[in-house]
Design a protein around this ligand. Structure first.
Ligand code: HEM
Ligand code: HEM
Length: 174
């Protein structure tokens, strides 16, 4: 069961980072001319939905693993003691991802401004998930895992940087 917890965690993390990148590519209009923007948006939505599904499977696997020390309290309640903190980052990342998905699917929140605030919180959610992965994972001492983490951080930072560089400056009222 521990192997399932680890593998589903890695897949969830990869999907989350890719969904973040696809979201930023779409909103920065950096999707090129070969494929229609809606193709990128559809893929973004699939990646985001699958990230949440794999996260749920990851959590259920950790609950079923009797050696993981994870029970319902650990899954639902963010706790701040030093020993619990690494899991707490995962709990908060899960709440944020669930909020991002459920405020958009099956129906997008009507208030565009608040929808975007919640949606952009996915940057914080992804960062917390990365910290959780590194701190909780028994694979995090492996070279391949560490290379994967560096690539994930680079991809997420690239997406965010691209989006920030295409933000239009606010016009000052004259
Ligand atoms: C599965 C449910 C999801 C749906 C239906 C959805 C839908 C959308 C839509 C319609 C946009 C385009 C907004 C615009 O520019 O007008 C968008 C952008 C974005 N999405 Fe998602 N999304 C989902 C999940 C996620 C997840 C799980 C993440 C992060 C891991 C995410 C991160 C982003 C980001 C970073 C943007 C760019 C926002 C911006 O720059 O303003 N989305 N999404
Ligand atoms: C309630 C929320 C969560 C709980 C209770 C939880 C639980 C755990 C546990 C117990 C481990 C250690 C597994 C082991 O090394 O044997 C772990 C590792 C991991 N988790 Fe989570 N997790 C949660 C949320 C997340 C989220 C949101 C993501 C990413 C989207 C994630 C990705 C990972 C990854 C990548 C690892 C490292 C796996 C490895 O060492 O190969 N987790 N998690």
């Amino acid at each position: 069961m521990a192997a399932i917890t680890r593998s589903t965690g890695i897949v969830a993390m990869a999907l989350m980072v890719l969904s973040l990148l696809w979201g930023f590519l779409f909103s920065s209009r950096a999707t090129g001319k070969r494929l229609r923007p809606n193709w990128w948006l559809d893929l973004h939505i699939w990646l985001g939905g699958l990230a949440l599904i794999f996260t749920i499977v990851h959590i259920v696997a950790s609950l079923l693993d009797t050696n993981s020390g994870i029970g319902l309290v650990e899954v639902f309640v963010p706790r701040l003691s030093a020993a619990d903190r690494s899991i707490t980052w995962g709990v908060l990342a899960t709440y944020i991802t669930a909020a991002v998905v459920l405020t958009t699917w099956p129906k997008r929140w009507k208030n565009r401004r608040w929808w975007r605030v919640v949606h952009v919180l996915s940057v914080v959610g992804t960062a917390l998930a990365l910290v959780h992965s590194y701190q909780s994972g028994s694979d995090s001492t492996q070279f391949a895992f560490q290379v994967g983490m560096v690539i994930a951080v680079a991809v997420a930072t690239y997406g965010l940087g691209l989006r920030l560089s295409t933000l239009r400056p606010q016009r000052k009222p004259s």
